[in-house]
Design a protein around this ligand. Structure first.
Ligand code: FAD
Length: 476
């Protein structure tokens, strides 16, 4: 790994820079190039556009790897479940990619298994519009064994689980043999986690030889007879040409395998392959935790440094823009509040008549804050999901901190001015806040019986369990 790539990996791992860029950097050129900065709906909208306009398929992946916080793990699982359902509903093939460390491997392998099962079951339940499977990404060598065990566990339960294998690793020849006739698909990559000569093939030429030899096995008659779908994930034009030549030589038709690239990494390559009739898929990461992922892409391809430079300049400029009044931009039916805003925001459930009536009351009194229904806000910008919105009120303060439930209402009342400021403070300070918490819980639970309510105010048991989970997790 060269100095440039090592520097970018350090930048990607810096918590301070990550926090600064994701909190205030917003959808910079760098983020937009490689990531769909948004929630499951935005990701699936991108997948639909790719299919309709360019005949390209997608594999969607929620951003956020190497996490052990149960709230973040659950968020990844929920986002993966949501895209699986939305892809199915849109009539697309359902491919969801996950890293085992994003769904609980670091917290507990049992949790990881249970979460992988939830996602794979959802994928299996969708209508079949092509090849539906959960694709397990492969992380560093210490996780290879557990990821293969995870796939095996899912396959044993009859669930559609595919796996990524890394050509640079010497052990991959054996790993491929072990999954060849079981896995619905194998995604072959060069491998992004170099080790030493003991574990790795050394040098570009050796990795490429390994890649081609593994590709030959993936295209072989036993693999085809077993129904294995080979996925060759690379941006390397020379290697792509050699794999395509190998497939031709082995009599495998163009639709018998596919090439996959990272969203935004090699647009000319995607287009050329499509024009030549090859099946192309893009790995589309989505969410708000875009910085580590995007900076790693700069590490792989120094030309992307231009985008990085533009993003950093824009970040510096936002320091000035933060002092400016709010910017609210409309995009079709969704309002994307610019992350450079410092105006607080009250998010409420716009499908609930009672909540809407309360929000209208608050809006009249809140001079220095916005009040918006969650259904029209790009809530993923604040790390929230649609389910969070239907379960509670949210207050995003001027520092970007997210507060829920009675704490959100307390802060909103405080901002209303006059006597409401006192009531607001009371909601936040014990022992009054305990009463506020209890009253808020009761109102939220029985809001469908309150004046102005609509049928949508009635929360489902799912919503309630979502609330319970959030409350248990201590999310503010
Ligand atoms: P390289 O020789 O690195 O690059 C070939 C050419 O493509 C060069 O010109 C290079 O500059 C250009 N290029 C490479 N990357 C970019 C980029 N980001 N932007 C612009 N140009 C670029 N690795 C894992 O270890 N585990 C995984 O689960 C995994 N999943 C992946 C899924 C997909 C769909 C893809 C495409 C890659 C994945 N990778 C994964 C990363 C992979 O291992 C390589 O690190 C990465 O693809 C770069 O190698 P390359 O094959 O593109 O060839």
């Amino acid at each position: 790994m060269d100095l440039w790539q090592r520097t970018m990996i350090r930048l990607a791992r810096s918590e301070r820079v990550t926090d600064l860029m994701q909190r205030h950097g917003g959808a910079t050129a760098l983020a937009r190039r490689f990531v769909v900065v948004g929630g499951p709906e935005a990701a699936v909208a991108t997948a639909c556009r790719l299919r309709d306009r360019r005949g390209i398929s997608a594999s969607l992946s929620y951003l956020g790897e190497y996490v052990s916080d149960p709230v973040l793990i659950e968020r990844t699982v929920e986002a993966s479940l949501a895209v699986s359902q939305l892809l199915g509903a849109a009539g697309l093939d359902v491919q969801v990619s996950v890293d085992s460390t994003a769904i609980g491997e670091l917290a507990s392998p049992d949790l990881c298994r249970a979460n992988a099962e939830r996602i794979a079951r959802s994928v299996a339940a969708q209508p079949l519009a092509g090849r539906n499977f959960l694709m397990l990404d492969m992380e560093d060598l210490s996780l290879v064994e557990s990821t293969l065990r995870l796939q095996s566990h899912l396959l044993d339960h009859g669930l559609p689980a595919a796996v990524t294998l890394q050509a640079r690793l010497r052990r991959t020849v054996r790993d491929l043999e072990s999954v060849l006739t079981r896995s619905p698909a194998v995604r072959l990559v060069k491998g992004a986690f170099p080790r030493g000569p003991e574990d790795d093939h050394q040098g570009k030429a050796a990795i490429e030889r390994s890649y081609l030899s593994l590709a030959r096995t993936m295209l072989s008659p036993p693999a085809r007879e077993a129904g294995l779908h080979p996925v060759f994930a690379t941006h390397d034009d020379g290697l792509i040409g050699r794999v395509a030549g190998l497939a031709r030589e082995m009599g495998v038709p163009q639709d018998g395998y596919e090439f996959e690239m990272l969203y935004g990494a090699h647009r000319e390559g995607e287009q050329r392959l499509r024009a030549e009739g090859y099946a192309v898929r893009l790995y589309v990461p989505f969410g708000v935790a875009w910085w580590p992922y995007a900076v790693r892409r700069v590490g792989e391809h120094p030309r992307n440094a231009l985008l990085l430079g533009r993003s950093l300049v824009r970040q510096r400029r936002t320091g000035v823009l933060l002092l400016h009044p709010d910017v609210v931009r409309r995009t079709s039916s969704t309002v994307t509040r610019s992350p450079i805003t410092r105006r607080p925001l009250l998010i409420f459930d716009g499908e609930c008549g009672f909540c809407t009536a309360c929000a209208t009351w608050a809006q009249r009194r809140l001079g220095n804050a916005d009040v918006l229904p969650g259904q029209r806000v790009n809530v993923a910008t604040y790390g929230l999901t649609a389910r969070d919105v239907s379960a509670a009120a949210w207050w995003i303060d001027s520092a970007g901190q997210v507060h829920r439930g009675h704490r959100a209402i307390g802060r909103a009342l405080r901002a209303c001015g006059g006597w409401w400021t006192v009531v607001g403070w009371a909601c936040l300070i014990p022992p009054f806040s305990w009463v506020a918490w209890a009253v808020y819980g009761l109102v939220a639970r029985f809001r469908h019986r309150l004046p102005g309510s609509t049928p949508a105010c009635h929360m489902t048991s799912d919503d309630r369990s979502g609330r319970a989970q959030l409350a248990d997790s201590g999310k503010d």
